[in-house]
Design a protein around this ligand. Structure first.
Ligand SMILES: Nc1nc2c(ncn2[C@@H]2O[C@H](COP(=O)(O)OP(=O)(O)O)[C@@H](O)[C@H]2O)c(=O)[nH]1
Ligand SMILES: [Mg+2]
Ligand SMILES: [Zn+2]
Length: 346
């Protein structure tokens, strides 16, 4: 949350946004960053003031897309209604959970993604790979942050398992409650840069935010005894101005990260599998039993692993299915747009 006045630069305003803004009528519009999303509401900050916007069925002003935390909006100076989302430098999105086939933006204009996982039963290679695909697809830097190293003797083993996932991915193991331990993360907190924390509930995202910023006020969820799972505390996404001048986005409530339109990201995350596939002489091979199959050969040689192959195939299929369903739905839907109306101004 933004407590005091900030300059636009302090909110992460960059040259590419400035250029877009200058192409518009500056007398009419004002830029503002989405600093919070919560149950049908957005909070935006112009630096000078904060506004709460309600996403309503009807209202003045409209955007053709749903803004998300981290977005830069152009606000009409007179009505203080958003008229445009500035082109994003990056967008993390997933399939919305639930029955409805739709995309859900997670966070926008991110420079670095912290994939947060913990050194306990929550740790799951397949899940971490999902996040890697998402980050590669969105072309953002990413770091694997393994929390709760203080609660296990095996922090090093967790780390070693993760080292095989993506060669150039930095991995840090930390005690998120200890300020000295989280110091290793500071190199990613550059002024004006935006870092997002993503990971299952209970892994310690909010704890990390508080420790880094020396604050206590953001609510952390107590762990239920026995199952290592954090209680689901909130779905509020919020952007915080850190002491270092960086911006940190806490994204709680991710239970399931279903990928959409993520083929390039998946291929980059699993490049050794893609290579093995290219070695396969059959164009329509299921890589299951065909003699002479390049993928099976690679498995036998040990240049690829069964777990990664299975996860790759699963993610590919999922992304394909979701992309098709979204495309179909887009064809059926004829421009029903949500409206954004101003509710009050601080
Ligand atoms: N011992 C220890 N506890 C942690 C660590 N990180 C988080 N916790 C605890 O784990 C619980 C869930 O943390 P929280 O930050 O709410 O998780 P979030 O759901 O990812 O935001 C809280 O009780 C934290 O105190 C850590 O590195 N070490
Ligand atoms: Mg939290
Ligand atoms: Zn094959």
């Amino acid at each position: 949350m933004i407590q005091k006045h900030h300059s636009l630069n302090e909110l992460g305003w960059k040259e590419c946004f400035k250029e877009q803004f200058e192409a518009e009528d500056g007398a009419k519009y004002l830029p503002a960053r989405v600093t919070m999303t919560h149950k049908g509401h957005l909070v935006v900050s112009t630096g000078e003031s904060e506004l709460l916007l309600k996403i309503a069925g009807k209202g003045i002003g409209s955007l053709n897309e749903q803004p998300t935390v981290g977005d830069w909006l152009l606000m009409d100076r007179e009505t203080m209604v958003p008229v445009k989302i500035l082109d994003r430098t990056s967008l993390l999105q997933r399939m919305a959970p639930g029955q409805e086939v739709k995309l859900q933006p997670i966070a926008a204009n991110i420079d670095t993604l912290f994939i947060v996982s913990s050194c306990n039963t929550e740790f799951n290679l397949n899940r971490i790979e999902r996040y890697i695909c998402l980050a590669l697809e969105a072309a953002v830097n990413f770091v694997l942050v393994l929390t709760k190293e203080d609660l296990t003797e095996e922090a090093r083993q967790y780390r070693e398992q993760a080292e095989h996932l993506y060669e150039s991915m930095p991995i840090v193991t930390i005690n998120g409650k200890n300020p000295e331990s989280v110091e290793c993360l500071h190199k990613w907190f550059r002024p004006g840069e935006t870092v997002a924390l993503l990971g299952s509930s209970g892994v310690g995202k909010t704890t990390l935010l508080n420790t880094i910023n020396g604050t206590e006020k953001e609510k952390t969820g107590a762990i239920r005894q026995g199952d290592d799972k954090g209680r689901h505390t909130t779905t509020t996404r919020s952007l915080h101005v850190m002491k270092s001048g960086a911006l940190l986005i806490d994204v709680p409530g991710i239970r399931e990260l279903q990928l959409h339109d993520c083929h390039a990201g998946i291929d980059r995350a699993f490049s050794e599998i893609v290579e093995a596939e290219e070695m396969c002489r059959f164009s329509d091979c299921s890589h299951e039993q065909e003699p002479g199959c390049g993928v099976l050969e690679a498995l036998e040689k040990g240049s690829i692993t069964r777990r990664r192959l299975d996860n790759y195939l699963k993610l590919k299929e999922e992304a394909e299915k979701n992309t098709e369903e979204i495309a179909e739905r887009a064809k059926r839907n004829t421009g029903k747009k949500k409206k954004y109306v101003r509710k009050w101004k601080k």
